[in-house]
Write a new protein. Sequence first.
Length: 90
Amino acid sequence: MLAAAELAALRLKDFPTTNHKGIEIDQRDRVFRLLDKNGDGKISIEELTEVMEELGAPGEDARQMMQLLDSNSDGSLSSDEFHMLQKQVI
């Protein structure tokens, strides 16, 4: 599972450094916003699974990652929870 997370983090590092309005944003926030497809400020299991599968990882990896990172067990990843992953693999 960690190998899939590392692969995802490495691939996401290559995304552009500006948002849709052309404003430069921090890389960690940029990756979080790319994964937060509906823009609600958190990454759902559906959003995480979709991205992981697009990167070639099985959906089970996304579920395991969610269990490991969702420290408050609310079923989604906040930016703080997601940044913990990024600190470990980037």
